[in-house]
Design a protein around this ligand. Structure first.
Ligand code: ADP
Ligand code: MG
Length: 305
């Protein structure tokens, strides 16, 4: 058994499956686990002694924090996490890496720069460039995605150029940023969630979209089964997590006829689907990672950047 640690789980709800499992896995291994609601943390920013306050008390520095910050509270949640980093607390994932991963466009640019396979993607500002924006990803059918969408909301398959033009007009009308993307038809509505911890994919599942749907999100009725991934897919997932600077990540990959392509890199991947479909102790692997790597002061950025 490793030395007992004080670990805070930054999560809004202790009853969520992922939060519960992490707490359970930590306690089993002898650690003191506490769930802390990031929205009830407030901070004192001062040059000498940064503090995090919680419901009226000053929090003692834990050895590590596990951020489980939902997409809707990214701004506040990462600010609180940054404060812990300033205090020298080890974050399972760093605030800068989480911020990076929440921006689809920035993520794709970072991954592309390092040669990770991606669906061909377009981005433009002016409606005058619509025609090119459609043709540079190979024309219809193509996928159009709102930059801030999760759980498949805001991801549209445009079967024809006409359909693509109307979706793009609608998004422009709403002043919303969006991407156009090559449609990976050959994947047949399936993608692969690779759960990365450190330098390893510790579990992987295939998510298959339900009949008549191209989005495989569980929230859209997708079904999960375990899958064996290839060494190339394994390497792609681990490299993608590294490039984003994430110790723990859910890397979503599609099998395209130009090799594995990364769709997105999730910095707070859910545990329920992956543990249930693969039977793996993912929460245990996360806690073991902290035991091995989670030294106080071992944050790469200490909240900088
Ligand atoms: P979200 O953040 O909303 O989950 P994603 O980019 O992951 O957005 O897209 C949701 C789902 O839509 C994916 O899991 C995948 O099944 C499908 N999808 C997304 N992009 C493509 C694409 N370029 N080609 C084919 N299917 C796609
Ligand atoms: Mg997704």
């Amino acid at each position: 058994m490793a030395e007992p640690l004080q670990i805070h789980v930054l999560s809004r709800n202790a009853r969520l499956y992922s939060t519960r499992r992490i707490v359970e896995a930590g306690r089993e291994r002898g650690h003191t686990m506490r769930v802390v609601d990031p929205l009830r943390c407030y901070v004192k920013i001062s040059a000498h002694r940064p503090e995090v306050h919680y419901k009226g008390d000053i929090l003692d520095s834990p050895d590590a924090v596990i951020p489980r910050i939902g997409a809707s509270v990214t701004f506040y949640g990462t600010a609180v996490l940054r404060q812990f980093e300033m205090m020298g607390v080890f974050p399972l994932n760093e605030s800068v890496a989480i911020t990076r991963s929440r921006d689809k466009l920035r993520s794709m640019q970072l991954l592309a720069r390092r040669g990770i396979g991606l669906p061909v993607t377009g981005f433009a500002y002016s409606p005058d460039d619509n025609e090119d924006l459609i043709s540079l990803v190979g024309g219809a059918p193509l996928v159009i995605k709102l930059l801030e969408g999760t759980q498949g909301k805001g991801v549209v398959l445009a079967e024809t150029t006409k359909a693509a033009e109307s979706v793009i007009d609608a998004f422009h009308g709403l002043n919303a940023y969006f991407l156009t993307q090559e449609f990976i038809r050959e994947a047949g509505g399936a993608d692969i969630r690779c759960f990365v911890v450190g330098n390893r994919v510790i579990a992987s599942m295939k998510r298959q979209a339900k009949e008549g749907e191209f989005r495989s999100n569980v929230h859209r009725g997708g079904a999960a089964t375990p899958i064996r991934i290839t060494p190339e897919e394994r390497q792609t997932a681990v490299r993608a997590a590294r490039i984003m600077g994430l110790n723990v990540a859910g890397v979503d990959i599609m099998r395209s006829n130009h090799g594995p392509v990364v769709l997105e890199v999730n910095s707070s991947p859910g545990l329920e689907g992956i543990e249930t479909s693969t039977g793996k102790d993912v929460a245990g692997a996360i806690v073991q990672f902290i035991e091995k790597e989670g030294k106080a002061g071992k944050t790469r950025t200490k909240g900088k950047g």
